[in-house]
Design a protein around this ligand. Structure first.
Ligand code: ADP
Ligand code: MG
Length: 480
């Protein structure tokens, strides 16, 4: 296949790269794909209408010079625009943008498949003219009590917290853009994200700050699509100086919302506006998010919140008690902090429950009361897997009575079930080979060892066996 279009485009990229900042290059040029070169017209594919307009608005001179250099004076550039959720297109369409003709640009002729193009012949809307929206009207949606003062410092949050403070004092001006805060649930992402917003507002009252949950963002976008005012939606977000999007992982598998967020992100970033996002996972582990978006998440700083140590957990409880004006004996506070150690929200929940129980039932707050409440919070932790559980699950899976698995019969399918039970017992329990053997058919440790090796071999070589193995393993975990 002829690949001159690729060669030419890569030459163009080399020129462009030398003329603009790396970030801008990554945002606006890296996602472009060359499509074809016919009669000195180079067609490039851009991800959206918005993208095309941005290029034409900001990089027209550079593109013009570059095309002229690589293709000569009669060289031209055409854009093929990938389906664009923000503009209601469901199929790629092409814009014959007369890049080399500056005057015509104000009204670029647009060609699109007829049925898709209600506005045929009209000029492309310019997304940078903001119709009548006033900056002042945007409510930041910040929760006052989620401020830095209430955010207890510890080893678990040192980096995220200090990056947050830096961003709060200098939004958009640090290299922490975007600032991505990640952790599992209940460890303070939302609190910290609000704290940054509040800090910005304290330092720069005129800056437009907005906190939204990713869900809220998604719903707003869906509404905008329904009401055909996606442009307003985009314009609205383009006015924000500090955008906080909480739980960004909810964007997973929502390509249209991802697309619009991508554009908003690019626009804000390009203009040195601050973006703060939170997620339940680091970017490398996020599933269902487009690579181009993930790569942007990695541009700034990703900082995690870890499980706080006991001392920090106690300090968090104390702070909360102080703020709420409540009291509790120190040994009860310590009991809560040492019993619930992986989720601050649950830990606070236990404290509130204890207070409620005590006031409703007129009971003294002591360790007995605390223990009974705490139990409800920690009950859900998984039990250890036992050999019996494994026997039962394997029996159920192969439809073989457990006593057959435990017998010394050498029938092939029973031997295989027994070997699997041995393997899983070795993998999931702390019992010795001898103990496993004695519970599973009165075998010795060498038989169990042999079984483990056989299972491993079969797993690597026999697809059906592997399937059974994986299904069984899932069953074991689910039924724990
Ligand atoms: P996430 O968003 O990670 O699920 P949240 O921000 O909702 O977690 O935090 C859960 C609760 O724990 C909130 O009430 C929050 O105030 C509290 N919390 C978390 N980290 C801290 C901290 N370092 N200091 C004080 N409170 C904290
Ligand atoms: Mg949260």
């Amino acid at each position: 296949m002829d690949n001159t279009h690729e060669l030419i485009w890569s030459k163009c990229l080399n020129v462009i790269k030398d003329n603009i900042p790396q970030n801008s290059f990554n945002t606006w040029f890296a996602p472009i794909k060359p499509v074809k070169l016919i009669n000195n017209v180079l067609t490039i594919q851009v991800p959206s209408q918005f993208f095309y307009e941005w290029l034409e608005e900001h990089y027209i001179e550079l593109l013009r010079k570059t095309i002229k250099k690589e293709l000569g004076v009669d060289g031209r550039l055409e854009y093929s625009i990938v389906m664009d959720s923000a503009y209601n297109h469901t199929q790629p369409y092409t814009i014959h943008a007369p890049t080399l003709n500056r005057k015509a640009l104000k009204n670029p002729p647009v060609t699109m498949p007829l049925d898709l193009n209600k506005d045929s012949g009209k000029s492309v809307p310019n997304p940078f003219i903001i119709p009548g929206l006033k900056k002042l009207n945007i409510h930041p949606q910040l929760i006052e009590s989620y401020n830095f003062e209430n955010f207890v410092q510890g080893d678990c949050n040192r980096l995220a917290r200090s990056a947050g403070i830096a961003v709060g004092q200098n939004p958009g001006k640090t290299s922490f853009n975007p600032l991505l805060i990640y952790s599992s649930s209940g460890l303070g992402k939302t609190h910290l994200a609000h704290a940054i917003g509040i800090e910005v507002k304290n330092n720069f009252p005129d800056k437009t700050v907005l906190y939204v949950s990713c869900e809220q963002f998604t719903n707003q976008f869906i509404d905008a699509v329904k009401n055909s005012n996606q442009n307003d939606f985009i314009h609205f977000y383009q006015m924000i100086d500090v955008l906080i999007v909480d739980d960004i992982h909810s964007l997973a598998n929502k390509p249209k919302t991802q697309d619009v967020f991508f554009h908003i992100f690019n626009q804000l970033h390009q203009n040195s506006k601050q973006i703060i996002i939170t997620s339940d996972q680091p970017p490398v582990e996020m599933k269902g998010i487009e690579p181009r978006l993930l790569s942007r998440f990695k541009w700034g700083l990703s900082a995690d919140l870890q499980i706080p140590d006991l001392e920090t957990r106690i300090a968090i409880l104390r702070k909360k008690m102080y703020n709420d004006g409540v009291e509790m004996p120190a040994n009860v506070v310590e009991l809560i902090a040492s019993s619930i150690d992986t989720n601050i929200r649950e830990m606070e929940g236990a404290m509130i429950s204890i207070l409620a129980q005590s006031s409703m039932n007129k009971k003294e707050i002591n360790t007995d009361l605390a223990n009974s409440v705490i139990q409800k919070f920690v009950k859900s932790t998984p039990r250890e897997i036992t050999i019996e559980h494994i026997q039962n699950t394997v029996g159920e899976y192969f439809n073989i009575p457990v006593d057959k698995i435990n017998s010394s019969t050498r029938k092939r399918e029973i031997v295989q079930a027994r070997q699997l039970a041995m393997f899983f017992s070795k993998a999931y329990t702390k019992h010795s080979l001898a103990a496993i053997g004695s519970k599973l058919g009165k075998k010795d440790h060498a038989t169990v060892l042999h079984a483990c090796k056989t299972v491993k071999n079969l797993y690597d070589t026999d697809r059906d066996f592997k399937k059974h193995f994986d299904e069984l393993e899932n069953m074991l975990k689910v039924k724990m």
